[in-house]
Design a protein around this ligand. Sequence first.
Ligand SMILES: Cc1ncc(COP(=O)(O)O)c(C=O)c1O
Length: 474
Amino acid sequence: MEHLYQKLSVYDEEDIYPFHMPGHKRNPALMAGFLPYRQDITEITGFDDLHHPEGIIQAAADRAAALFGVRKSFLGINGSTGMILSAILSCTGRGDKILIARNSHRSVYHALYLKDLRPVYLVPAGIPGMEVNGSIDPADVEKALARDPDIKTVLITSPTYDGVVSDIRRIAEIVHRAGAVLIVDEAHGAHFVFSEYFPTSAVRCGADIVIHSIHKTLASLTQTALLHVCTDRVDPDGIQRQLSVFQTSSPSYILMASLDWCMDLLSQKGAGIFPEFVSLLEQTRKRLSETDSLVLVDPHERWPEQVYAFDRSKLLISCGQTEMSGPVLFDRLCRDYRLHLEMAVPSYVVALTSIGDTPEGMDRLVNAIQELDKTVPHKAAEEDRTAWISFELPEQVLSIAEAMDSPAGSVPVLESEGRVSAEFVVPYPPGTPLLVPGERITGQFLQNMRRYIQKDIKLVGLKDMDCRSIDVID
Ligand SMILES: Cc1ncc(COP(=O)(O)O)c(C=O)c1O
């Protein structure tokens, strides 16, 4: 069957005059030439319907399912965000308990808000001296499910933003034994199935639903994602219903065609593209491992107890032994070398690599790091960084929905200890909430917050962008 991207390009050449949306009418005289207005249509005759796919969209979804080796895939144009909301809402009843990793993306918390779900948290292993979250321990999943047999949905993020993978195979066995379903937010791991160099994808480890941001680590346009149904424990019709809630009724065919194109590229050429990428990546890693102060870290090799596996496409460069912080290194790379990395936390930066990288790009990164490595001063004295990972779950006084919908008022952060928060406080990156609405503000939270601010890490979630005040429940 014809591909979506082919049909779109043929349509552009046909003499069809549009008396329908979008209002730009694909009129080149009106629109500047550099954006793809000519292909920008939405659901018109012959182009199927994202919300009831039966034709060309269904065929693209079926090809995606075959490529990933799953029972069914859904195309998404609202990122993993839309997929996560749909997955959670389709697997839970209002007010249910749900077991989630604390380092879940904000879309997970928004799903909890929408259905007044009660979270039970899994806290990832801490790593001494670095802010990186470790894996979720399967034993913690087992204990939590034994303690709360009414939990019927579990959600784990694997890999994390910085590449840390959990033992999904064991976790899936435990979850299924307890009669629950496992959703894996594998937004950052869509490339895993294409090479054994990477950790095994959750689609092959027994997870029930797996979510991929194809735009993050593969080669489709921003916002595109796939939701895979991997077992018969979940109801695809229920997921489709929720996807219609969280996705626009005017989906962009440019986005969907780019997903289809990417799937086609990987089916046709993936067997050649990935070995080439892995070889370039390994050469880059080898060269980066020859530095003195700015150190390339593989968290699985360094901390095998806390990190089950690591996605080596993430270049995690530690500056913990130097006088330079992660955000400063990030800025220097951007300003002096025109290299824009994915993220910075106090003790490291992360460069995201993918099949889109070129030898020249990798070379520029290696040269920049080697040059900075020669000039950056070593730390005079070892800093006590253990406090960075002293995170204890705050007391949950109200559910997220109760807290977000309750009357609240603003108080100075310094006077907020003991109050119940109405807001999220999320260091970004890496995006793991320090505080969630409904939780009691503790002295330890305030101390962590101060540390993030001192280290120039942006805290998001607060209405007051300067982080001086916080909304608390009246
Ligand atoms: C772990 C994780 N899950 C989900 C998402 C949401 O993905 P998207 O941007 O495709 O909506 C993100 C975004 O960065 C993320 O880091």
